[in-house]
Ligand binder design. Structure first.
Ligand code: ZN
Length: 83
């Protein structure tokens, strides 16, 4: 008995590469919320690295910039109605 879920399990072979490492011209900046929005969920939460494929240092930068954008009201905080 093996707990296999072939439908959701991602096959090895196509490693997701960090979009910021792949594209050096892509700059993480709080002044471009349209770009940052790609990395937050509908509820305004920051998408985890596992899903977005962003590497650790870039994820950290991203988080900082998103937070900055939020402070400056460029982006929403997580919709605080429910959890
Ligand atoms: Zn990266």
């Amino acid at each position: 008995m093996k707990p296999e879920t072939p439908t959701t399990k991602r096959r090895f072979g196509r490693r997701k590469v960090c979009p910021f490492c792949a594209d050096k011209t892509l700059y993480i900046d709080y002044k471009t919320p349209s770009m940052l929005k790609r990395f937050i969920s509908e509820r305004g939460k920051i998408v985890p690295r596992r899903i977005s494929g962003v590497c650790a240092p870039h994820q950290r930068t991203l988080q900082n910039e998103i937070k900055r954008a939020r402070v400056l009201a460029f982006m929403p905080y997580s919709s605080a109605t429910a959890d």
